[in-house]
Design a protein around this ligand. Sequence first.
Ligand code: NAP
Length: 250
Amino acid sequence: MRLRLLILGGSSEASALARRIADELNVAAVLSLAGATTNPAPAPIPRRVGGFGGAEGLAVYLAAERIDAVVDATHPFASRMSANAVAACRATGAPLVVFTRPPWAREDGDRWTEAATMEEAADALGSQPRTVLLTQGRLQLAAFAQAPQHRYIVRAIDRPTEINALPHCKLILARGPFSLADELQLMKRERIEVLVTKNSGGRATRPKIEAARALEIEVVMVRRPPAPEAETLYDLDAVMAWIASHRRAP
Ligand code: NAP
């Protein structure tokens, strides 16, 4: 009997888990994506795309697909999906684990201003016009419409609809990963004075933090939302062991 596993994706952890689980003959895994990006990276396991319809919709899906276990490997800021996973797994009894990365911690040389929300981040930019690099993609750009005095350099995978809300802005369409050399070049070329970023954590997007440190650029760091109320693992081997512990008896 193969374990039927649902992976809630949209992160590098989910992609890494999908690659690893593809070789596991005892596990039938499906990767779920929100459908946020037009051309998501190819996945080595079956994929489903689009919302479930809230916690209730996810509970219906878990029962209909006879899902044995769920790995929430969504991005740390995808708090709605994570809360829905907690509620649906509680309702159906499906075991749930969160696979994520720890937040970044301030290091020597960092010039961070912390903010609780994107609106607070926009406020923290101050009244004097500055050149600001926004790397949160398509989400929550409209928060910066309240600070139209700044020039925004927006980097995203797809053209964000909210970009029209920003009067002075330049869009750079690009998909990571970006190396430290890429980030240094971008920040120098665009004469960036402030970087706004979510505290996503992880290695994949850390070069922008390192580049800001090297160039003594201020960082407005948006804190994470509260963590989901579920067992949390930071390591792929530990997640594989958790999955193995939920295998069905033959
Ligand atoms: P969110 O606010 O937590 O979720 C909004 C809704 O999108 C959810 O209620 C759910 O719809 C649907 N959804 C989210 N993730 C899904 C998934 N993996 N599979 C199926 N449906 C999903 O999430 P978000 O912040 O908009 O992020 C959307 C996706 O982008 C997430 O999968 C996340 O991993 C990824 N992502 C987010 C960020 C970020 O900064 N927020 C960064 C990188 C990647 P229903 O309620 O209808 O089920």
